[in-house]
Design a protein around this ligand. Structure first.
Ligand code: ADP
Ligand code: MG
Length: 274
């Protein structure tokens, strides 16, 4: 839902970031309030995953300018694990496999770290098993996956479901889901989208990163942002995603070329919407 008066959870201002001295993000502006679902779309290589990794604190990326505030506090000051503890969640485009680490134990340690930050008591093995069995329902996952190593030998769809299971346990305030739809068949896509919808509430916000409209048929975004060349080129409501579905990304290239020809900055603040 669109919530102009709800508290701001994430405020990204003129964010610039580089990898190996190569600038990738060139001035990203985005404000996310409680209760909102935002989608960031864009061609491959436009900087979507970089944005999500910079927000999560991935060490390969250096912030070279701008700011990010999470519930009013400087996010960029915090270590990645601290960001996770206070309620920022990143679902990876390519979830990592961690051989030798039990999925159940991994989920328990992560859940307890988040709970203790929130002043809740830590759950022992038995209490956690009850909780995890309940949350497995969100993603309709077989409990057998808990006994395996984290993501090891999971199919693409199973990895994405495991990401949503993590999210269901961690109860983040801001969930960033990077291409959660990629590699999913339609049944898995429905389950994952259903999980995301079920977890969305007036207290939290979701940032969906996706290349395709198809995920947005199942999860209705309040705002859609189109990213190109490390900036948000245009923002709008869900109709912008439908327009992209019709027209493809060609107009994005034309707009970029026009800006380049005019020698203008494309990093202007996104249109005010809502
Ligand atoms: P998207 O997710 O929109 O497809 P990415 O953020 O993955 O885009 O990539 C944006 C650009 O940054 C690409 O040109 C990509 O090659 C480059 N890039 C991203 N991460 C790295 C990295 N770790 N090392 C080198 N180049 C990178
Ligand atoms: Mg990506």
């Amino acid at each position: 839902m669109i919530c102009p008066d709800a508290p701001v959870l994430l405020e990204i201002r003129d964010l610039q970031a580089a990898v190996d001295d190569q600038p990738i993000l060139k001035g990203v502006n985005l404000t996310i309030r409680a209760g909102e679902i935002h989608a960031v779309m864009g061609r491959n290589g436009s900087g979507k995953s970089t944005l999500s990794k910079v927000l999560a604190g991935h060490p390969a990326y250096t912030v070279t300018g701008g700011s990010v505030h999470y519930r009013g506090n400087d996010l960029l000051d915090l270590a990645p694990e601290q960001r996770a503890r206070i309620g920022l969640f990143l679902g990876f485009q390519y979830p990592v496999e961690i051989p030798g680490v039990s999925n159940l134990e991994f989920l328990r340690v992560a859940t307890n770290a988040r709970r203790s930050e929130g002043g809740l008591e830590e759950l022992d093995t038995f209490a956690f098993e009850d909780l995890v069995r309940e949350r497995l329902e969100v993603v309709k996952m077989d409990p057998a996956f808990l006994e395996r190593s984290v993501n090891e030998g999971f199919s693409g769809g199973e990895k994405k479901r495991n990401e949503i299971l993590q999210m269901a346990l961690l109860e983040p305030l801001v969930a960033i889901l990077d291409e959660t739809d990629s590699g999913l068949d339609i049944d898995a896509l429905r389950i994952v989208a259903g999980g995301v919808n079920q977890l969305a509430s007036p207290e939290n916000a979701t940032l969906l990163i996706t290349h395709y409209q198809r995920l947005l048929d199942l999860i209705t975004p309040d705002y859609v942002h189109v990213m190109a060349a490390g900036r948000i080129l245009r923002s709008g409501g869900r109709e912008l995603a439908l327009e992209l579905e019709r027209t493809g990304y060609d107009w994005v290239d034309q707009e970029l070329e026009r800006f380049a020809a005019e020698g203008q900055q494309t990093g202007r603040a996104p249109l005010e919407v809502g």
